[in-house]
Design a protein around this ligand. Sequence first.
Ligand code: ATP
Ligand code: MG
Length: 409
Amino acid sequence: MQVYKVGGAVRDRLLGLPVTDVDRVVVGATTEEMLAKGFRPVGADFPVFLHPKTGEEYALARTERKSGRGYGGFTFYASPEVTLEEDLIRRDLTINAMAEDDQLNLTDPYHGQRDLEARILRHVSPAFAEDPLRVLRVARFAARYAGLGFTVADETMDLMRQLSESGELQALTAERSWKEISRALMEDHPQVFIQVLRDCGALKELMPEVDALFGVPQPETHHPEIDTGLHTLSVLEQSSLHKQPLTVRWACLLHDLGKGLTPEEEWPRHIAHEHTGLKLIKAVNERFKVPKDCQELALLVGQYHTHGHRALELKASTLLELLQSFDIYRRPQRFEEFIAACEMDARGRKGLEQRSYPQADYLRGAAKAAREVAVQPLLEQGFKGPELGEALKRERLKALKAYKEAATA
Ligand code: ATP
Ligand code: MG
């Protein structure tokens, strides 16, 4: 049997990038031979094994045929007769369909190296259309390699457009979609992921709430870029430039969804969009079974980002309500992430990317002032139960009033 490195490991080595995860394909072996060599089988369905020592993935060369909707609808055929070329043709992109042996001899029947040099993401064969997840994968690779100048081939975009229009994207499971979305948001150019999905019509299928933001105007005085969709892309871009975690990036993507619901007569203003957007944010969260921390932050940022921007003008009592809503006493990290998302929102405006955001430190200072109110003296004064809660609130309000006065003096 012969073993080859395939996929990302070959691609990234040729690009001169660090290789983290190595996938291997085994040609000319049977399951029995693999088990006899001590390899551990991964799943019941796939002919994939883990190396007994390194734990790296070894997959038997296989062919695939689509037999129904979605990913369940695939039949695999693995046997010692399946050639390397047959295995490579079922892969998504030419740059992912190269293999190399131990001596770094390249097998590249679909011209992946040529496309690497030309910086093109191109599908390998028409079988691309058999798995709609590939639409998201291509958009994710575009987000990852945009900085190197990669773009999606026109004919691949055409296929992605057909797939989007066919409604097949609806057959993707939440788990598979979220895995791609979350990885894409953590790439260097997450805004390119959304842009590519939009360009091929997939965004309308996957997140119509985000797609609807394009073409919706905002007041030029606050938003020189005007278009809410472009603003959202810029906020995402800022979140990556500032190395924000997934929670913040997800919140950035969804923070303005309410603006897509504003009646045209009210444009370019969006009164109460923070409130109207909540049900949309909830719907997107649930559609992709998003992890709880991402769900929560997106909802809180959606509801309170305008409070963040107006932090210095908020009354002490409103400031206290904001801090209470975030439960800053037990969840300090989450409030930090809220502040970060607000800052990304403010920077995601054309020409204002470098402007300082004094609200951030002001909010941090307010949280500190509220946290520093000690419970002990109140206990000593005999407060208990709900009355203790009320007394604590009064003291925190006092502290915030003093903080506000000192900070804005
Ligand atoms: P990464 O650096 O993100 O790991 P990768 O290219 O190695 O990139 P994997 O998800 O690890 O991506 O998949 C390994 C290889 O398997 C890919 O390079 C591609 O050839 C193939 N592949 C994975 N998923 C699909 C898919 N849904 N359709 C077609 N080919 C796929
Ligand atoms: Mg990989």
